[in-house]
Each structure stands twice: as structure tokens, then as C-alpha cells.
Write a protein that binds this ligand. Structure first.
Ligand code: SAM
Length: 290
């Protein structure tokens, strides 16, 4: 098998795959139904290359996402089924989920909503890691909803089809945490990687407006509507959008403690804020007596 893995690695390198050896091993492991660690042990024993391996390598060389070929994406501690029609969850979003989890675990029976849930990644991770949480997830796309339905079936997460701009109209002021990784790419910023440009749904990528921030602004408005005073909002965005996101949150008068957060590579990829309650006279308080 080592020879086949080497030639697959070479084929994938030429095709521009950033991690050719890892991808080759993961494809072989997928076909054999074993972990990558177990695959390495099998390689040492001289095991045969699995049937169908070259065909999968060719598809990967054609820049079909690895996760579409294996049918799985791992997000924090959960394995999610993914494929055509749904956004493949990204490692940087794990840090956004972490922020929501860190807040939620401090609360008794917190109510949390994930706006634009896609595969259900953030909602599933929160349900997995926050005992006693009531988790909701909202998604507009029929195709993504089907994947999320499958991934969230045994999680207890309440999945709703709807627009994040108008989501959960009966539940205003009742959530402790709102988390979102909304579409945020500006219309003129076409993704470079074919895996993204050709395989992630456009509905998952483009945020609307010249700056790509129409949907993030809508998510923030919805978060302000859904959160209790003192509730926590955290949202992913592009690095260059961090100042604009902080500015529009600070400018609404609905938020305090607006904070930019870095991902694991040190880039400004998320912003959080705490909901202030509105008093009749227009002044605000976070509900904590200040
Ligand atoms: C960038 S993807 C993130 C998916 C998932 N939360 C994740 O982090 O992997 C954005 C998601 O928002 C959904 N979406 C786009 N517009 C929406 C809208 N107006 N209302 C609700 N969901 C929307 C897309 O279909 C997509 O699943």
C-alpha cells in the first residue's frame, strides 16, 4: 500500500492539494473503515491498497472536498455527515463554538440558538458539551436542513427552517446565548480554492451588500431581539471585517462589552457582545443592576 499512497500523494501534490499525504491516507482509511492511525499500522504490515482508491484520489485531485468523498467532517467532538448542498464546517469555527460554550456552561439550563446552522455543527457541539442546555438551530436552505436534520436527530437540538433575519418570532428575549457563523463573503471576493468556490453552496458564502455584511448585521439584529438582558452574542466573520462588525454592534446601542476574538492562528475572526436592556427613556442596562 505504501507505493500506492506515495503515488497518490504525488498526484494530489501536483493538483495543488495542501496536505497531499494526509488526504491520501484519509481516503484509504475511509475505504477500509479504519482510523488513520490504524491505516499506518496496516501499511507497515504490507496490506493491499483498497479497491476504489485510485478513483477517489482522482476525484480529490479534481478538487472535490475531502469531506464530500469521505462523507464526514469532524467538528470538535462530533462527526457530521456532509456532502453536496451543505457548507463543510471549518476548524476556525470551532473557536467560535468554544466562546459560546464557555459562556453557556456558566449558566443553569441555558437556552442557546445557532443562526444559519448548515450541517448543524455548532449546535451539535454545544448540545454535546453543555449539559442541560436547550439548543435551537435555524437554517434557510432546504438542502442544508436535510443534512442538519440527519446530524441533529439524536442530539435533542430543535431545528427550524427559517430566515435568520426573522427567526423564532415568538421567542424574543428568551435566549442566553446566540451564536452564528453567517455567510459574510463580499460579492466581489470570489473564493480561490475550488473546494469552496465549486462545492460550498453560494447561499452559505455570500453575505450580501457591498461589504458582505448584510446577513451578519441581520444576525446581530436577531440576536438583540432574541437575547435576555445580559445575554451573549458571538459571531464569526472575515479578518478584515472585524473593525466593521465591532463598529456596527457598538453603534446600535443594544450591546456592551463588544470584543474581537482571534482564531488559533491569531486572526481576528469573531466578535462577541453582551445584550443591554433598553429602558423606556432610551438609556440602557445589562440587567445586572448597572
Ligand atoms: C457559512 S455557513 C455556516 C454553517 C455552519 N453554521 C457552520 O459553521 O459550519 C452559513 C449558513 O447560513 C445559511 N444561511 C444563509 N442565509 C441564511 C438566512 N437568511 N437565514 C438562515 N440561514 C441562512 C446557509 O445556508 C449556511 O448553511
Amino acid at each position: 500500500m505504501e507505493d500506492a499512497l506515495r503515488s497518490a500523494e504525488q498526484r494530489l501534490r501536483v493538483a495543488g492539494i495542501p496536505s497531499p499525504r494526509v488526504d491520501a491516507e484519509l481516503l484509504a482509511a475511509h475505504l477500509l473503515g479504519v482510523s488513520r492511525g490504524r491505516l499506518r499500522a496496516l501499511v507497515l504490515t504490507g496490506a493491499e491498497v483498497p479497491e476504489g482508491f485510485e478513483a477517489l484520489v482522482e476525484q480529490r485531485a479534481g478538487r472535490v472536498p475531502l469531506q464530500h468523498l469521505t462523507g464526514t467532517a469532524t467538528f470538535r467532538r462530533v462527526d457530521l455527515a456532509v456532502g453536496p448542498g451543505v457548507f463543510v464546517p471549518r476548524p476556525e469555527t470551532e473557536s467560535v463554538a468554544q466562546l459560546a460554550i464557555d459562556r453557556a456552561v456558566q449558566l443553569d439550563a441555558p437556552r442557546i440558538v445557532d443562526l444559519g446552522t448548515g450541517s448543524g455543527a455548532i449546535a451539535a457541539a454545544i448540545a454535546d458539551e453543555v449539559p442541560g442546555a436547550e439548543v435551537h438551530a435555524v437554517e434557510l436552505s432546504e438542502l442544508a436542513l436535510a443534512w442538519a436534520g440527519r446530524n441533529l436527530a439524536s442530539s435533542g437540538v430543535q431545528l427550524t427552517q427559517g430566515d435568520l433575519a426573522t427567526a423564532l418570532p415568538e421567542q424574543g428575549g428568551s435566549f442566553d446565548v446566540v451564536v452564528s457563523n453567517p455567510p459574510y463573503i463580499p460579492p466581489d471576493a470570489v473564493p480561490v480554492d475550488p473546494e469552496v468556490a465549486d462545492h460550498d453552496p453560494h447561499l452559505a458564502l455570500y453575505g450580501g451588500g457591498a461589504d458582505g455584511l448584510d446577513l451578519p448585521r441581520a444576525a446581530a439584529r436577531t440576536a438583540a431581539r432574541l437575547l435576555k438582558p445580559g445575554g451573549y452574542f458571538v459571531m464569526e466573520h472575515a479578518e478584515v471585517q472585524a473593525p466593521a462588525v465591532a463598529a456596527f454592534l457598538a453603534g446600535t446601542g443594544s450591546w456592551e462589552a463588544v470584543t474581537t476574538h482571534q482564531d488559533l492562528t491569531g486572526r481576528d475572526r469573531a466578535t462577541s457582545a453582551v445584550r443591554i436592556s433598553e429602558r423606556p427613556g432610551g438609556s440602557t442596562t445589562n440587567g445586572a443592576g448597572r
